[in-house]
Design a protein around this ligand. Sequence first.
Ligand SMILES: [Zn+2]
Length: 174
Amino acid sequence: MEIVNHLLSNAIFVKSPNFSDRTMPAEIIILHCISLPEGDYGNNNVRDLFLNRLNLNSHETFMSLKNVSVSSHLFIKRTGEIIQFVPFDKVAWHAGVSDYRGRNDCNEFSIGIELEGTIKDYFEDIQYEKLNEIICCLRKEYRQMEVVGHKDVAPSRKLDPGEKFDWERLNVVK
Ligand SMILES: [Zn+2]
């Protein structure tokens, strides 16, 4: 696994329109979990959401996603497949209102990684494997970025990646 032109070599790159230019370097990695509908795995709904192509009528819970423009740099499926939506030198839109050590708007200085899952489910071994490889790659290519959860930067709104996410399985200091 390597990074070429700000893209992960073994990810499928599907360009999301939801990104902006960086005005400062990425300094942290923010971990999330997502599935649409929640707990339903193996479909293309998350990809479609990040491409602004999700059919909102296909599930009753999707109406809340109307006019929502979001993305992440990477999405790691439960099979280990990785999709990249935004090059690492651009800002992806995943953190929302957030704060990291007194700095707002964490999207601006982070890389966002979504794991296919929910805050109630365990994650797959292959997801930890891929995540570790990715973190290693990102640190080598850019800088020694700290890895935090979405809940760490938006504690009043968010719980992901959830209590079942095992931080001990990251070969990195959080
Ligand atoms: Zn999140």
